[in-house]
Design a protein around this ligand. Sequence first.
Ligand SMILES: Cc1ncc(COP(=O)(O)O)c(C=O)c1O
Length: 387
Amino acid sequence: MWNFDEVIDRQGSDSIKYDKRDEVFGRKDVIPMWVADMDFKSPPFVIEAISRKLNQEILGYSFRPDGYFTSIVNWLKKRHQWDVRAEWIEFSPGIVPALNMCTLAYTNPGDEIIIQPPVYTPFFRAARDHGRRLVYNCLKETESGWIMDIDDLASKITPSTRMVILSNPHNPVGRAWHREELEAVVDLCRGKEIVIISDEIHSDLILQGNRHVPLASLSEEAAAMTVTCIAPSKTFNLAGLSTSSLIISDESLHNKFWTTIENLHMHLGNIFGNVASEAAYTYGEEWLEELLLYIRGNVDLVVSFCQEYIPSIKPVKPEATYMIWLDCRALGLDGRNLQRFFVEKAGVGLNEGSAFGPGGEGFMRMNLACPRATVLKALEKIKKAID
Ligand SMILES: Cc1ncc(COP(=O)(O)O)c(C=O)c1O
């Protein structure tokens, strides 16, 4: 019913993905498949909600009404069978700001924060920029895919560990973590005054019959040590509205976060973000189901095309997210040269794997939230370059 095949010219719209290509890739004409936003229109019910607000013609200070919170409560119950209470929900102007505020709220300079590379780049800075010590619990690549290295995590937790940041589902390797994996993390953090930040921004983008398990839904004990970050921004293409939510059921953790965001005067939010979030979570299911089918089709196209025509690139089929992690190690190029190859020879702008930290070398991350024709064009260009 929705036309995800429509090719929309985003050039000249101040889009980072399109209009910063020259700066990032040294060329304006690469097919941009990097920054995690979608080349699809945001859903009509979101645009209508924003238009209604705009048509009031006064854009003064506003608060988030009850409907904003109820829409999140209902969405989490319906989509992830997770019961949350409205009073557990806190606003943040984006998940990256939230990660940084969590560092300020729950840790002190010199404390250790564990992350699981290869992982979304701002996780590194959420620790380093504030003088916290970053500790790597690297993911493990196995025959059956990428997994958490739980033994290594056990060895990395010390009396100075105060925070663990998880990408659940994981960007860039595309894993939707299983219950047992998450339980193992909770077991190791138990009783040690460690806060787990579960970044679940991709949790609505679940593919191929997989399931998202909200970490805090595992048990009351898990919830008591967890801050969950969610947002409609990836799912409904609203990243420019800087609107996301944190679910924090533990009162003490909640108060610490609230004090931090209030002290920074960042709690007010964005008038359009408020109505967009509510509309997306209220009316978004049908649209999302179609989106997921479409993305799945794009993933299948990449997998079959690579198998048939570019066997030197091995895609890691994602369980979640619209990103695909491409194993390009058979090309025998180091990170810099791999990026140069894709930009200069193929004319395609992807994210180079080593930017995601240890374990990422030799991989490229490709954004598949675009019309199928764009995916095909990029694959053909890559094939030609390799041939
Ligand atoms: C794991 C993860 N967290 C957070 C973000 C961005 O969050 P925000 O735009 O709300 O700061 C992204 C975007 O790609 C992401 O992949």
